[in-house]
Design a protein around this ligand. Structure first.
Ligand code: PMT
Length: 221
């Protein structure tokens, strides 16, 4: 592929799992390593596009990144940069819940039962869907262990996405922290594409092809 192919297309890419702090040393998180999101950065760079990466500081990013550790931080940073992007790739695994109370000192061990109350985090894609521009393309992911199609289609519609990339996270050989993935892509126009198991770098190339085609159609070229 030519280095110039994505010239003048701006991508916003999120990667990794957010961390929701309980106290200064403990947090709730998930298994996302950031590999999938970073594979998009590699592909965009290879084809001459420009991108901004937003991820938690724990992701081993080989690119300059805007750090966002919690879902709240990530929402704020996505809001900062969304207007300048043509294509949003939301590969981050954003925590749906956070501890209701943050303890500013380390919680001491005691003999009793311990309980952490959780409350809902904002849904980033849902929030930004309200001010999506006509020419922007939003790509979401769906990490599912059951009813992949039904759940992915609901997210596609609720979050007003152009396409959603669904992966089955119950499989140990793909998905979280693996070099590989296997995905089904559901498009807003009803089309469905399955991409069999391959390296995340190759999956990213396929998904970018789809997203850039949608973008070019919207722009009329
Ligand atoms: O990072 P890796 O180890 O390489 O693993 C890749 C991956 C499995 C994490 C990735 O392929 C993936 O599936 N990412 C999305 C994980 C996720 O949060 O899925 P979800 O079904 O909970 O969310 C649906 C979509 O809404 C996602 O695009 C998510 O970024 C977004 N979301 C979710 C919750 C929230 N509060 N705000 C959001 O915007």
């Amino acid at each position: 592929k030519s280095r110039e192919e994505y010239k003048n297309i701006n991508f916003l890419i999120t990667a990794g799992g957010t961390k929701e702090y309980i106290d200064p040393v403990r947090f709730i998180s998930n298994k996302s390593s950031g590999k999938m999101g970073l594979a998009f950065c590699d592909s965009v760079k290879k084809r001459g596009g420009s991108f901004r990466l937003i991820c938690p500081s724990s992701v081993e990013a080989h690119y300059p990144a805007v750090f966002a550790d919690t879902a709240g931080d990530m929402l704020a940073r996505v809001n900062d940069f969304i207007s300048e992007c043509d294509i949003l790739i939301m590969a981050a695994a954003v925590a749906d819940y956070k501890p209701k109370k943050y303890f500013s000192s380390k919680i001491k061990k005691n003999n009793g039962h311990m309980c952490v109350d959780l409350e809902k985090n904002p849904d980033i894609l849902q929030e930004i869907s309200g001010y999506k521009r006509k020419n922007q393309v939003f790509v979401g992911f769906a990490a599912e262990s059951d009813n992949l199609q039904e759940n992915a289609l609901k997210k596609l519609k609720d979050k007003k996405l152009d396409m959603i990339v669904a992966n089955d996270i119950s499989r140990k050989d793909i998905g979280f922290d693996s070099l590989y993935n296997e995905v089904t892509v559901f498009f807003a126009d009803g089309k469905v594409e399955h991409i069999g198991k391959k390296r995340k770098s190759e999956i990213a190339e396929d998904i970018l092809n789809f997203a850039v085609n949608i973008f070019k159609n919207k722009k009329g070229f």
